[in-house]
Design a binder for this molecule. Structure first.
Ligand code: HH2
Length: 400
């Protein structure tokens, strides 16, 4: 037997840190001082001037952390360098205080870093839609209803508005918190549908659900005209796979209606997106794209509290990219916005497990559980009952 049995602690939040400090009897002042030293972060910064990077390195080392820079930075033999800061929350907080007094624009960088640290340490508690506030204290299940002839999984099953409405009610009874209604398939290679046809498919379904469905309806469209029609018929969330990138009419519709908004990342329209899957820096590029979408929404007048982001699994992403996004999902916390993830029955699950579309429920459940464990607030799924349980089970563990 060892005289000094040592073991690791898994500290992933301030609460974890405070709990462990209290467990060994640290006094409350000490808990306040030390909990922020128990969380270590790595922060990536893009293209800094060498003189900026050198100050960061010097300050971080002075604080007991470090900053990685490219070869050539110290001698200023290169123009710019990316920087990876390494430090505890405490050290990074101190760095921000010190940078405020530094030249070369580093005071602005301090502001960005302070915002980042605030974003990653507190998750939004609610999501505002056009008609209500949705609590995010447990995972929300968004049930998929495709009123299309050609969706990759449920295409052709709900073209009849009566059947579609019945399926929405069934999903609500199975535990859905939101019903996402789409009138155009966005599977890779899918052709575009005129706005009038898209509205002809979805409006009767939304109207039939008025007064019968308690949960909110979202409309899965990238067209402003379709969103406007769906909101008038009773929808209260816009789920835009283009993150306001395809139709300039979309942002004003969202801002004017007070709808909740899902901004998803993609590149290129669905008919061409799978020939657009090479990224310089996968997570960096997706987060930069979502940041752009976020700014265009906010500058059009959409309030921050209405916005949710989505990495767009399967949209301009290859097999390896989909896995990497899910593995690194925590990085999306940088934006401080609730995160939606849509993996349901998608091809990367089929490829991993050798399963056809209808046989991907267990694989989907694994992705849902991992997504919840890594910070997802909303899961967009076909198999509502099963994914409700998978998400609730994962959440019970995370929140325990
Ligand atoms: N995936 C699909 C459609 N819309 N919206 C968001 N926010 N996130 C997603 O991952 C997402 C989405 C594709 O799935 P599905 O609706 O089942 O198929 P289809 O596009 O063929 O109708």
């Amino acid at each position: 037997m060892s005289a000094f049995p040592a073991r690791l602690l898994a500290i992933t939040s301030r609460e974890d840190a405070e709990r462990e400090l209290a467990r060994i009897g640290v006094d409350p002042r000490g808990i306040g001082m030390m909990s922020s030293k128990m969380l270590t972060r790595c922060v990536h910064l893009n293209k800094l001037l060498c003189r900026q990077a050198n100050i960061l390195k010097q300050e971080m080392m002075g604080l007991g952390g470090d900053a990685a820079v490219a070869r050539g930075t110290v001698a200023c033999s290169i123009d710019t360098t990316d920087v990876i800061l390494m430090g505890t929350d405490k050290q990074l907080g101190r760095l921000c205080e010190k940078l405020v007094h530094q030249p070369f624009g580093l005071a602005d960088l301090a502001g960005e870093l302070t915002a980042l640290l605030a974003n990653v340490s507190q998750v939004p508690k609610t999501w505002k839609t056009a008609r209500r506030d949705l609590a995010l204290d447990r995972p929300l299940i968004m049930g998929i209803l495709n009123v299309t002839p050609d969706s990759f999984s449920d295409g052709g099953r709900f073209l009849d508005p009566h059947r579609a409405a019945e399926r929405a009610l069934e999903m609500e009874a199975e535990g859905a918190d939101i019903i996402d209604i789409g009138g155009e398939s966005t599977r890779p290679g899918a052709p575009q549908v005129p706005a009038a046809e898209e509205l002809r498919r979805i409006s009767p379904v939304i109207e039939q659900l008025a007064g019968r469905l308690s949960c909110p309806i979202s409309v899965d469209t990238w067209k402003g005209e379709v969103a406007r029609g769906a909101l008038a018929a009773g929808a209260e969330i816009i789920n835009d796979i283009s993150g306001f990138g395809f139709d300039p009419a979309m942002a004003p519709v969202a801002a004017g209606s007070g709808a909740g908004v899902v901004l998803m990342h993609t590149r290129g329209t669905p008919d061409r997106m799978q020939s657009n899957t090479v990224y310089e820096d996968l997570l960096g590029d997706i987060i930069a794209g979502l940041r752009c979408s976020f700014y265009s929404a906010v500058s059009a007048g959409v309030e921050r509290e209405r916005i949710v982001i989505d990495p767009g699994i399967g949209f301009a992403k290859d097999f390896a990219a989909n896995l990497e996004i899910l593995r690194r999902l925590r990085e999306f916390a940088s934006l401080g916005l609730p995160l939606l993830v849509g993996t349901s029955r998608k091809t990367f699950i089929g490829k991993t497990l050798g399963r056809v579309t209808g046989e991907r429920m267990v694989g989907t459940a694994a992705t849902v559980a991992l997504a919840v464990a890594n910070g997802a607030s909303i899961l967009r799924v076909h198999d509502v009952r099963a994914m409700r349980e998978a998400a609730d089970m994962a959440h019970a563990i995370v929140a325990s």
